[in-house]
Design a protein around this ligand. Structure first.
Ligand SMILES: NC(=O)c1ccc[n+]([C@@H]2O[C@H](COP(=O)([O-])OP(=O)(O)OC[C@H]3O[C@@H](n4cnc5c(N)ncnc54)[C@H](O)[C@@H]3O)[C@@H](O)[C@H]2O)c1
Length: 544
């Protein structure tokens, strides 16, 4: 028989703690909610009532149920109020010293049989547990943000956590309506180990002005179907928490440079830009705690983005290529009202003398594309925008082959169905050519995002290292394909898990992209996972 939890304690009522209180109280469990000071307690109470009021307003919670839920919560300053609870979970800041001090205190205050749980994202549960005299009753219960919404809970057992405690907590997760994945104590567990390298890399892109914050976020939302772009997600997580998680991941997780916090993140935390909780992070919010965006000095001026601004008139479009992709472009441009001249590269370039835009979709091979761009430079009239749809080659190489690099852009459509186009601007592309590409993307009904000319552009550069990391995690036998896929879907709201996605993309294509990223960056962490190479060699898939 699993242990019955009738009364639990939650320590720290910030971004996560208030949501965890809500999860317990919603499921009929009495909660003692503890903060460090009166002011923090009031903020925590406001977090909880704000969230439950929103649930009522959205029709997700009846008023009477909200009142009953709030009636189950007792608020207190200080740990003494936790003397009668069956389980405590803490959600205080992500610092080992703070958590160890807290656990030593909890050990003194709580009943001897009480389970002591941490919601840590990256710290060692084992190191936290040894601050108590009952390490066998210490466990990680890692909820996801927002706790009332995200289905996943990672249950983290250490080498000394007792099997009964693990089973009791697993049963509790079921009672809370959550899906649990039970795993060992490793930095970042499943989801954060796969998520945070990606988030840090996105900050790096923003810091390097590779693309705007709006374009980085739109690329990942529209290109991968994610619920939030990486920078908006960081604002939701809290930049101070994100900084601590990255720093711990770097130190505990093998000193992978990809986890070393990008300097901008530290600067933002120091400057008090903590994300939604302080009202300002990568974006600006209506007020602290709000998720409602308000314009700030970085918000693009809609007038400046108007297609007319600097864009050249395009009425006639040449589409070069004979494959499916080329046929897709012919159809898309025709539907959008353009006059289309489809040509086969071996024969028909001469017909492109009077087009305003050329889009090529010939095989993604440098020598084939280069030869084509030499030809385009010879036959096209001046001022034509020449676009390559390459997903892997440096656009500048093709631009230089034309003799008119200012007119050359990349137009990367991940696949014809995605609503996204990455517009790749090389160091020689003119503003007019970029504006023209934006206008054409809009006319096709797509969102255009502008980025620099680096391997993988925005989407693939951020997506594939994460996929490769998932393969490495599997290779290390930390978890299974099913649990890893579930963790990303239920913990982070991804539409597909990494293994499902790798199978859908094709492992050979995935390996080629990963190799291109590695070749350009020489980042050791980006080297293709040996298991991926082996599966490609063997002609196998994950088949999840
Ligand atoms: N933010 C996320 O998205 C997220 C997701 C999953 C897990 N976590 C984990 O949850 C924990 C909390 O993170 P957060 O983002 O909610 O932090 P937060 O900064 O939003 O909230 C921390 C709260 O703890 C309180 N506090 C600090 N010291 C305390 C003490 N000694 N006793 C009682 N309360 C104390 C603070 O007043 C604050 O309200 C961290 O371990 C973090 O890694 C965070």
């Amino acid at each position: 028989m699993a242990r019955e939890f009738t009364r639990v304690g939650v320590v720290g009522l910030g971004t996560m703690g208030a949501g965890i209180v809500e999860v317990f109280a919603r499921n009929g469990i009495d909660v003692v909610a503890v903060e460090i000071s009166d002011a923090a307690l009031e903020r925590g109470r406001a977090n909880l009532t704000g969230s439950t009021d929103r649930a009522v307003a959205r029709g997700k919670l009846a008023e009477a149920d909200r009142d009953a839920l709030l009636g189950r919560v007792t608020f207190a300053v200080g740990l003494a109020a936790l003397d009668s609870v069956d389980l405590v979970i803490e959600a205080v800041p992500e610092r080992l010293d703070i958590k160890q001090r807290l656990f030593a205190e909890l050990d003194r205050v709580c009943k001897p049989e009480a389970i002591l749980a941490t919601n840590t994202s990256s710290l060692s549960v084992t190191e936290i547990s040894v601050a108590t005299t009952r390490p066998d009753q210490v466990i990680g219960i890692h909820f996801f943000n927002p706790a009332p919404v995200m289905k996943l809970v990672e249950v983290v057992r250490t080498v000394v956590t007792s099997a009964d405690v693990v089973a009791d907590v697993e049963a509790l997760c079921v009672r809370l309506g959550k899906v649990d994945v039970t795993i060992n104590d490793r930095a970042g567990f499943i989801a954060n180990a796969l998520l945070f390298g990606y988030l840090n890399q996105a900050i790096g892109m923003f810091e390097a002005r590779y693309a705007t914050r709006e374009d980085i976020d739109a690329a990942m939302k529209l290109g991968c179907g994610l619920p939030l772009g990486p920078l908006a997600l960081l604002d939701l997580i809290g930049l101070d928490t994100a900084y601590e998680i990255l720093d711990t991941m770097y130190r505990r997780g093998g000193r992978d440079r990809r986890h070393s916090p990008v300097p901008l993140l530290r600067q933002m935390v120091t400057a008090g830009l903590l994300g939604r909780k302080s009202g300002r992070g990568f974006y600006t919010y209506e007020r602290p705690g709000s998720g409602k965006l308000v314009p700030d000095e970085l918000t693009p001026d809609p007038a400046a983005l108007a297609p007319a601004d600097g864009a050249r008139a395009v009425t006639k479009v040449g589409v070069v290529g004979s494959g499916e992709l080329a046929a897709g472009f012919v159809a898309a441009f025709t539907t959008a009202g353009y006059e289309v001249v489809p040509v086969d590269p071996s024969t028909g370039l001469g017909q492109l003398g009077d087009v305003d835009l050329v889009v090529e979709a010939v095989p993604d091979d440098l020598s084939v594309k280069k030869a084509l761009f030499v030809g385009l430079g010879e036959v096209c009239k001046p001022g034509v925008v020449l676009a390559t749809t390459t997903s892997a080659l440096p656009v500048i190489e093709l631009a230089m082959a034309t003799g008119r690099p200012a007119d050359v852009v990349g137009l990367h459509f991940a696949n014809p169905a995605t609503p996204l186009v990455e517009i790749v601007r090389t160091i020689r592309t003119s503003a007019e050519a970029t504006d023209t590409a934006r206008a054409v993307a809009a006319a096709l009904g797509k969102t255009g995002v502008v980025c620099g000319d680096r391997a993988g552009f925005i989407v693939n550069a951020l997506l594939f290292p994460y996929l490769n990391d998932a393969v490495r995690m599997l290779e290390a036998n930390y978890s299974t394909t099913g649990d890893i896929d579930n963790a990303m879907k239920l913990g982070c709201g991804y539409p597909t898990g990494p293994f499902e996605l790798l199978d859908a993309i094709g492992l050979d294509v995935s390996l080629a992209v990963q190799r291109a990223l590695y070749r350009e960056s020489r980042e050791p962490g980006l080297a293709p996972a040996p298991l991926l190479e082996q599966l490609v060699t063997a002609g196998r898939r994950f088949q999840v």
